[in-house]
Every structure is written in structure tokens, then in C-alpha cells.
Design a protein around this ligand. Structure first.
Ligand SMILES: Nc1ncnc2c1ncn2[C@@H]1O[C@H](COP(=O)(O)OP(=O)(O)OP(=O)(O)O)[C@@H](O)[C@H]1O
Ligand SMILES: [Mg+2]
Length: 250
């Protein structure tokens, strides 16, 4: 009985922060018929290169948010029910043009936006996005896409409440990718760009190009840069603190 009362006491002391409303807008033309004032939840984006530790950090954030009474939902690239299977199939070969691939990813994003992100925000959920339009834009820009065309394409995207960019050096990225997959991914090494025949060399070159573009986009989109060359717990502490500020509407 004593323990039960103690457990109840501990639970009741946990402070549930009701998210403060913030003004929301779309990057461009938006999605027709959506009332932005009704999107009570928060959109938290975690960006970063392949193997930078996004999944690790999102899992920690979800555990912490849910422990504090917030409902969460996760989205990411190539996770739509509409085209994710076909997208994965397309990635097995290299026959689609850059524009077709780009539109494939945009379709995948639009489907998740309409069916997951917007309904979840309307219901007051914390939406955690494992990458967002920035990765898609950066990948297309380094392949020569027109930026104006991309901005228009992704004008449907709501501006997130925060974008955490996990900044990891290319050398550390190689280590993490090898530790996880024992190999480097064809697309994440930019092999389709013909930078080098050597996968390792191409990975370093491609990731440097990508990092340079992210840096350029940072000026326009205002990412919160996180030094992710640290331990998972150190990074998580910083993300929690910054997310708390987001919840408080700061
Ligand atoms: N801060 C860290 N320090 C060292 N290793 C880490 C750190 N964070 C994650 N890792 C390790 O690096 C690898 C990649 O981490 P994780 O899967 O979280 O990254 P990711 O960005 O989600 O990767 P992917 O792009 O493949 O989805 C994993 O083996 C993970 O255990
Ligand atoms: Mg991951």
C-alpha cells in the first residue's frame, strides 16, 4: 500500500506541459483547405546525414515526450503507404531521371503530409520528422535541380516548430555507417554522380557537397545546429532542453 501511494505520488509530480500555441505558416502555397489555426501540435524535425544519429535521438525524444504525457507520431522519408515500396524498388536500379526521382520523393512527402502530419498536428500530437524537405532539396540541388522549382514543389510544407540539424564530421559519419551497416550506401555515397569509382572516396566527396548545401540552406531556413560529434546522451540533453523551449512557445 505504502509503495503504491509512493508510486502515485511520483507520477502526480510529473509536470505535463501543455504546448503553447505558436503561429504557423506554410513555406509556399500550402495545402488547400487547411486551417493553420487548428494545428495545435508541434512539428519537430531532425535532419542530418546518413548515420548521423537521427534514429537514436528521435527514439530518446519520443521516450521523453511520451513520459511527459505527450502523444507522438513519427514520419520520415520513403515511409508513405502510397509509394514507399515503389520508391525502394526504384532505388534498386538507376534508370529513373533525377526529375522523376525527385517527384517520387515529393509524392511520398505529400502523402505523409496529408495523411499523417496534418491530422496529427490537428489532434495536438508531437510530430517527429526523421528528415524533411531540406534533405530532399539538398539531394536534388547537388544533382543540378532548379532551386525555384524545388521551392515551389515544397511550398506545400508547413514550417516546422524547430529543425535540429545533427552536425557530424564526414570522417565520423564513415565510422558510424560502417559500425551500423558494415558498408556504405550507393545513394548516400552519391555514386550516381560519378564523383569517384571508389565508394569510400565518393562518400566523402558527396557528403562534403551535401554538407555545404545544408549550410547554405541554413541561412534561409534557420536550422538549429547541434554538435553531434558527442555521446548520444549529451546530444539528447541538449535536444530535450531546446524542445522544452519549443513546447513553451519560445
Ligand atoms: N552520438 C553517437 N556517437 C557514436 N555513435 C552513435 C551516436 N549516435 C548514434 N550512433 C551509432 O551510429 C549508428 C547510426 O546511428 P542512427 O541509426 O541513430 O543514425 P541515423 O541517422 O538514423 O542513420 P540512418 O541514416 O541509417 O537512418 C548506429 O550504429 C548508432 O548506434
Ligand atoms: Mg535512421
Amino acid at each position: 500500500m505504502k509503495t503504491r501511494r509512493k508510486a502515485y505520488g511520483a507520477a502526480s509530480r510529473k509536470k505535463i506541459v501543455v504546448p503553447s500555441p505558436t503561429s504557423r505558416r506554410f513555406y509556399g502555397h500550402g495545402v488547400p483547405g487547411v486551417d493553420l489555426g487548428q494545428l495545435a501540435g508541434k512539428l519537430i524535425v531532425v535532419e542530418g546525414s546518413d548515420g548521423s544519429g537521427r534514429s537514436t535521438q528521435i527514439a530518446k525524444l519520443v521516450e521523453w515526450l511520451e513520459g511527459n504525457g505527450h502523444a507522438t507520431v513519427q514520419v520520415g522519408l520513403s515511409r508513405s503507404t502510397l509509394v514507399s515500396e515503389e520508391l525502394e524498388q526504384a532505388k534498386q536500379g538507376n534508370i529513373l531521371s533525377h526529375t522523376t526521382m525527385s517527384l517520387f520523393y515529393a509524392t511520398d512527402f505529400a502523402d505523409q503530409l496529408e495523411n499523417i502530419i496534418l491530422p496529427a498536428l490537428r489532434a495536438g500530437f508531437m510530430v517527429l520528422a526523421d528528415r524533411y524537405i531540406y534533405t530532399l532539396m539538398v539531394r536534388d540541388i547537388v544533382r543540378g535541380a532548379d532551386e525555384e522549382w524545388l521551392r515551389n514543389l515544397y511550398g506545400i510544407a508547413p514550417v516546422p516548430d524547430v529543425v535540429f540539424y545533427l552536425n557530424v564530421t564526414p570522417e565520423e559519419l564513415v565510422q558510424r555507417n560502417f559500425a551500423k551497416k558494415h558498408t556504405l550506401d550507393y545513394w548516400e555515397s552519391g555514386m550516381d554522380l560519378g564523383l569517384s569509382r571508389d565508394l569510400f572516396d565518393s562518400f566523402l566527396k558527396y557528403q562534403s557537397m551535401v554538407a555545404k548545401e545544408y549550410k547554405r540552406l541554413q541561412a534561409t531556413y534557420g536550422f538549429t545546429i547541434i554538435d553531434a560529434n558527442r555521446t548520444p546522451d549529451e546530444i539528447n540533453q541538449e535536444l530535450q532542453k531546446k524542445t522544452e523551449a519549443v513546447l513553451a512557445g519560445k
